[in-house]
Design a protein around this ligand. Sequence first.
Ligand code: ADP
Length: 616
Amino acid sequence: MPPPPARAAAEAPYTPRSLAATRAAMLPLLVERVRAGFWLSFVSLALFAVADFVIHPEQLGRLYLIAGLQVAAVAWGMRALRSVGTWEQGVRIPLVVVAFLFATGLVSDVLSSNAQATTIIPFASSWLTATLMPWGVVPQILMVLLSGLTSLSAILLVRGSLDGLEHSVVTAVLLLLGSIYVAYAGDRSRRERQQSEDALTASTRRAEEEARIAAVLVDVGETLAGHLGQADMLERVNALARAALDCDWSCTYVGDERRGTSRLVASAGARAEVLELIAQLELPLDPLAASPVNGDGVLELCDASEQSFFPGEMLRRLDVGSALCAPVRRGGAMIGMQAHGYRDRRGPFSSSQRRLAAGIAHATAIALENARLIADLQAASRLKTDFVATMSHELRTPLNVITGYTDMLAEGAIGGSLSPEQQETIGRVRRSADELLELVNATLDVGRLEAGRDPVARDPVPLASLLAELDGELRPLVADGVALHWLDESGGAAVVTDRTKLKTVLKNLAGNALKFTRAGAVAVTTAVDEDVLTVTVRDTGIGIPVDQIPHIFEMFRQVDGSSTRRYGGVGLGLHIVRRLVDLLGGTVAVTSAPGTGSTFTVRVPAPVVAYRATGT
Ligand code: ADP
């Protein structure tokens, strides 16, 4: 069984280090400084050897013997440093070497009757250790005692008394005491620096951990938003949760309020056998109801074999060694649960794991709620579309009856010919019925588009015959003084596209052009270039104000929407054009100037095909 992951250091609240821990952290520095001191000692011993050679050639044998012993002591210290393991050892080694050097130096001084070395060197050494050694007050006091004792002994042994040296003694004492204070101040500032570095490291780690949690939750939020309502939405979240919590598996259960149970709906990392087993299980709607959850609402099973809330054998078969269970709540009610866990690893979860589990469950709850709302809206929209489609369809039948009978009345087929007033009235009835029929047809078209029930067909469409057909249908709408031109510049090509949709687009655009043109011409041109069909509908009509152009494709938008408007129409034609052109994968653009006319240009991908009409 792998060992439980240590709780992230970032989670341990910052506590200042103990003195022992501070010393342990500073041991490498102490060793480095002591080693530097030893190298300094080697150099000074070499220099003293040269001085002795010059000043005391008669004593050279004994002095060099002592110097040899001193070199050996420093070399021992150097060697001992290599295996230093504790702070005490690190302090003891240099003090022992110094004591030996001072004592042997004293012997040298007595031999050469010269107290010069052992009066100056100890003071210099004390100041050096006070500034260099990160060892604090106590070792420095020992150093000062050694120095003072050595100097005093040297003076008394060589000179016999302190007479005449009173001022020097007072100065020496002050110097030694000063070195203790320097050691104390240095030690204190080093410890303070260490503590602030520790605090900074701890807060940096905490900030990094916070940033990691935030990044994971943003990632989860984006995944949920990007796949809202899609079948794999929760699977993706489980995969993200598993990676972020560094778990073996992650599962999401969603409650079925009607049955009062919850079932597994998504997972990541779980073994197939376990998933099979879970599929047979009926969990209670709120499986955490009887268990002791934390303040964050998350239940932590540190060791599945040592708890009494769930059957241990079942958890073992479900690969639950340890787990975190986070409730997915809507309002206060539990609507599901997410569990993340390890197969074998046992032990507490880290607080960032708990926070992530709670955060992910929260985001999941919001996404599930949004998905439910969207599903409700879609159902309502479907209902509305079905209703509109049925109503429109049902309206067409009586309308056809009305137009049929008005035509018969107008032709005098029922009860003989009509008076001019009667003709006028019947004419109005007929126009109103036509407008109503147009509205019903447009509503039906929009309904079909909204429902997405209009798949795009791809058939060869000979452009010339399409234009001829449209001419036949639109000719009755051409006003006196207006010329309608059809121009096929493709050279009689056939293109692959959806014939019905393309025809509706052209009919709506050309119909509008004829409706809004009282004099001049309307020209519809088709051209094909590199498998793109371009249709241009140009008119010399009333034109469209520039500020209105962006709005004319919206539903029920008309430039003149007043009740006194001169032109018929319901404001759906261009909306349908744009929806159809979108479906065909094309674009529609407009240029227009009031009083001059408008040009609508439609471009749709439409590969040219060789086509020969059949049956002619
Ligand atoms: P409508 O049924 O009112 O024609 P459309 O959606 O087809 O609805 O057009 C929206 C509005 O755009 C029209 O009411 C009209 O104001 C303006 N429009 C469309 N085509 C033309 C055109 N060729 N010339 C001038 N105005 C136009």
